[in-house]
Design a protein around this ligand. Structure first.
Ligand code: DGL
Length: 272
């Protein structure tokens, strides 16, 4: 394995870019390959079997790009498919649940933590199990917010409808006196201004992106795989549908022009 090989990321759509942003801020010299499964988004309302199948297809696609490490930049896939990905892949695999849970425990002072995520992440109790494993005394309150994913994909960052929906989802959580809220879906940091406005400033929003980036750094250092080039890393993006829509949102979110964006045919994912 060569140090200059890229780090692979996948998500159902643009959500994983929140993790790419955190990793490229911390490790700007790393080359990155991203796959967003925009033809099959959302993952969060699909069955576990389907999410495992799509995740293995995404991982295999990225392995053909010679990635040195896989970041499952999707909480749904991390909740449901991480074990299978770790079993089938020979490279290191990093998911979102562990770093997000550890950060939530560090942030919470009153031991009351809220978790929001997709139906799959919440129904599988990914965060609540992980947090309780780390500290059984913590009180965890969960809520699935599935509409946040299409809203983020649509770019409705500052829209009245987004605030209304956020109020509908989050009002009950607020009554539980949580002091921190895990954004347990990588799409949600895109909507963090609205979410913060609705839950109020006293609630700390916890995003897995930064702790996941630190874990990536640790893994690369530990295995002698850190790219020591002094050039800014190259970023390549692949999506399974409508690249132009992805480009607009991604450029807005990353604050950078995307030069290498390609469409992948579903056949290429399914038949390899
Ligand atoms: N961004 C993903 C997550 O973190 C997937 C959302 C979805 O496709 O439903 O869960």
């Amino acid at each position: 394995m060569d140090r200059t090989n890229p780090i692979g990321f996948f998500d159902s759509g643009i959500g994983g870019l929140t993790v790419v942003k955190a990793v490229s801020q911390l490790l700007p010299n790393e080359n990155i390959v991203y796959f967003g499964d925009t033809a099959r988004v959302p993952y969060g309302s699909k069955s576990n079997d389907t999410v495992v199948e799509y995740s293995l297809q995404a991982a295999n696609f990225l392995l053909r790009k010679n990635i040195k490490l896989l970041v499952v930049a999707c909480n749904t896939a991390s909740s449901v498919a991480l074990k299978d990905l770790k079993r089938f892949l020979t490279i290191p695999v990093i998911g979102m649940i562990e770093p997000g849970s550890k950060l939530a425990l560090r942030e919470s002072k009153n031991s009351k933590i809220g978790i929001i995520g997709t139906n799959a992440t919440i129904n599988n109790k990914a965060y609540s199990n992980e947090i309780r494993k780390l500290n059984p005394k913590i009180k965890v309150y969960e809520k699935a917010c599935p509409l946040f994913v299409p809203i983020a994909e649509e770019g409705w960052i500052d829209h009245k409808a987004t605030e209304l929906i956020a109020k509908e989802y989050l009002t009950e959580l607020k009554t539980k006196k949580i002091d921190s809220l895990v954004l347990g879906c990588t799409h949600y940091p895109i909507l963090k201004d609205v979410i913060q406005k609705v839950v109020g400033k006293s609630v700390k929003l916890v995003d897995s992106g930064t702790p996941a980036a630190r874990l990536v750094e640790e893994y690369l250092n530990g295995r002698g795989l850190r790219n020591i080039s002094n050039q800014i890393g190259k970023k390549e993006f692949y999506v399974s549908d409508i690249p132009s829509k992805f480009r607009d949102m991604a450029e807005r979110f990353l604050g950078k022009k995307i030069t290498h964006l390609h469409k992948v045919e579903l056949d290429e994912l399914v038949n390899e």
